[in-house]
Ligand binder design. Structure first.
Ligand code: NAD
Length: 256
């Protein structure tokens, strides 16, 4: 069903985005990758699935670079069918200590970028009467945690944006949904584990277990592969009437 379609996965050089790029590529979807850091190994992993792969280094905090990214993706592959808004960053501090530049960066990268990518990608999807927008929100799009004001605000915001895009396109073949993961052991979370180990003077392994069991009832991390499988389902024919959902995969976190 998805073979020959094209997906843009923002922030796909690492973690969840890379996992989703691989999962879609295994379905025969051509991939436009994006993100910072070392990209050669990530691209090689996706290419090994036998699809066309390209890369654009647009900074998700820059609307003009996002416009160019969408335009280049459509020109390179002929269409942009699946948009996965995944790029994201984290910073933790209490509101009164939260640096203004960190607030602005998190709102820009974790929330506004999804508005801009959708703004530029929707006309093409509407013309072809088929499209999938998957927003990688978080369980923090559904509940709060202290020290994460910007992240929680951005993730609640992207859940709201998801509903509006779903409604505006409800009579078309374009759907928009959010996925709300609990803890996934990616570089973004490894930083929080390392901070915790240092702060509490415990081993990295002990900090990892403490972090996951504090909020996630299963005591297990969610994996990028599991999130990729949910993404593939939401892109599939059987999900054509899943519209505006905020689907948590969080080991029970949001059920508490
Ligand atoms: P990660 O740090 O492994 O990957 C983040 C990706 O985003 C990287 O490819 C990075 O280069 C890219 N990126 C960062 N800033 C960017 C920018 N300005 N422009 C373009 N790309 C940029 O993190 P991850 O854990 O894989 O997170 C991916 C998404 O999943 C984020 O939106 C995050 O909030 C969300 N999420 C993660 C978890 C978790 O436990 N890891 C849980 C819930 C939601």
């Amino acid at each position: 069903y998805l073979k020959g379609k094209t997906a843009l996965v923002t922030g796909s050089t690492s973690g969840i985005g890379l996992g989703i790029a691989i999962g879609l590529a295994k379905q025969g979807v051509n991939i436009m990758m994006n993100g910072f850091g070392e990209r050669e190994a990530a691209m090689a992993e996706v290419k090994a699935c036998g699809v066309e792969v390209d890369y654009h280094g647009a900074d998700m905090s820059k609307p003009t670079e996002i416009a160019e990214l969408i335009q280049i993706t459509e020109a390179r592959f002929g269409a942009l069918d699946i948009l996965v808004n995944n790029a994201g960053i984290q910073y933790t501090a209490k509101v009164e200590d939260f640096p203004a530049d960190k607030w602005e960066a998190i709102i820009a990268i974790n929330l506004s970028s999804a508005f801009y990518t959708s703004h530029y990608a929707l006309p093409g999807m509407q013309n072809r009467n088929w499209g999938r927008i998957i927003n990688i929100a978080s369980v923090h799009g559904l509940v709060g945690s202290s020290q994460k004001a910007a992240y929680v605000a951005a993730k609640h915001g992207i859940v709201g944006l998801t509903k509006v895009i779903a409604l505006e396109n409800a009579k078309t073949g374009v759907t928009c949904n959010a996925i709300c993961p609990g803890w996934v052991l990616t570089p973004l979370v490894q930083n929080q584990v390392d901070d915790r180990a240092k702060r509490e003077g415990v081993t990295v392994e002990a900090a990892k277990q403490a972090l996951v069991s504090e909020k996630q009832p299963s005591g297990q991390f969610v994996t990028p592969e599991q999130l990729a499988a949910l993404t593939v389902f939401l892109c599939g024919a059987d999900a054509s009437e899943v519209r505006g959902a905020a689907w948590n995969m969080d080991g029970g976190w949001a059920s508490q």
